[in-house]
Ligand binder design. Sequence first.
Ligand SMILES: C[S@@+](CC[C@H](N)C(=O)[O-])C[C@H]1O[C@@H](n2cnc3c(N)ncnc32)[C@H](O)[C@@H]1O
Length: 470
Amino acid sequence: MPLDLSKLCIRWFSFKNHEIEVLKFRNSIYVEEQGVCESLTKIREDEDAIHLGAWYDGELVSSISAYILDANSALLREEVCNGELSLRYGMRMESSSFRGSHLNSLLCNWLCKSIFECLRPVRTYVVLYPQHYSLQKFYEKRWNHREYKKHEEQVVLMCDDEKDRLQQYLESRKSLARLKQKYFSSVELPDLSGFLFQEGREDLIAYQSLMRENLYTEGLDVELDLPRLCAQAQQLYATQKVFIHKIQKIGKIQRWLDVGSGAGAYLNLLSRDRELENIEFSGVESASLLHQIAQKKFPDIKWYTGSAYQTDFEHASFDLVHCSFLMIHLLCPSLALAEFNRLLRTGGVLYVVDVYDSSFRGPEAMSKVVQRHCEIYEGDRNIMNHLPELGRQHGFKPYLEYNVIVSSEQVEVSEDDLNLVLDKDLLLDMFDFIAQRESLVEEYASAKKSCKTSSEPVSVSIQTQLFIKV
Ligand SMILES: C[S@@+](CC[C@H](N)C(=O)[O-])C[C@H]1O[C@@H](n2cnc3c(N)ncnc32)[C@H](O)[C@@H]1O
């Protein structure tokens, strides 16, 4: 039966708030599957586990859980170390009338993706009972788990390799995009970090590893990229200038924070803009080299080092938080949004500018390599497509959207948008970051070459989204 998506609600939940409902649901599945009415009691780790469920017309119909393992867990021996997180995925269940609906698959992929982004477990396990032995190959192939041990009647599969976990994550992201597009387009998927804050369990969030991360600088010679960043800042300023006066109309803006401010070129241009007089500009940047360059070149602006995920600024200390070309480089954008929300006063403005790969238009070979890179890039290069949904979950109301279509030939754009025509070679050079991926070097070189000689134009959109903190 086709699902009526308006009746579907997906939520993270804690066991204590839904205990009776969950046990009833588990028992019903158990009776269905085993044909025996045997009460399935809760397990020791249920209280601390992270549960994800789907409710249809108010009834729990599908669920999956991530159990936090500690030294007392029967499954483990010496693996549990202080400060490291090990998880077991389990209690994957679905009412029979929903089999084939892909609902449980949606939950599994969302759980895996969210857990990787926020929690970074060092090991994940799956336990197979005899009736599910046949799934071993599937878990090995799709979920990168390998056999770890046999324990009584159970086969325990484990994934403890960093590369495998990243691969698991990228696959989940891909599957989710497909499932959303095909079956669940209007279904809102709940953010895990928001749930953890609400439950007072933010201690689970892997702040330490998240704060060390910088996907932009990884594998890049930052100094070599400076001229490109500088030119980009000039172009960005030229295209945002026509729009900036609208911001002052939203409310009084005095304290402006730029997150991921790089070497400071863009913030410096803004700070000299007459329309933005009387604003106090600050920039925060996680790469110390870039922070130092900014400090040296533009000493009139206040520069700080820090991560988008957690800064040292006081609550509500800014009227506007701005970030350009940062969001696509974050592995956990929702956590950054939580921090931006904390930093802004009520009614304050979140101002995000970024490119998104799904807007790329050009010859097939080039489109393909752009998409391939997007799929393997750890950050989300299409974040702008779902930023409004994510923003809403973090207390932001979408206010305005504005596109700059950068193209090799003039294109028609809507009244509110702008077209920036660039020399085709220059525009294509903007994609040279793709060649940083060894697996794409050759494909990119050949796509770029044929694209240069093709008569087909090339274009990509840079989008601005403004939000108000409610
Ligand atoms: C593509 S550059 C953009 C720089 C600048 N915003 C601009 O528009 O010219 C991305 C910047 O974000 C910084 N960055 C990356 N991850 C970050 C994080 N988690 N927290 C703060 N800054 C980060 C990078 O070091 C880099 O300076």
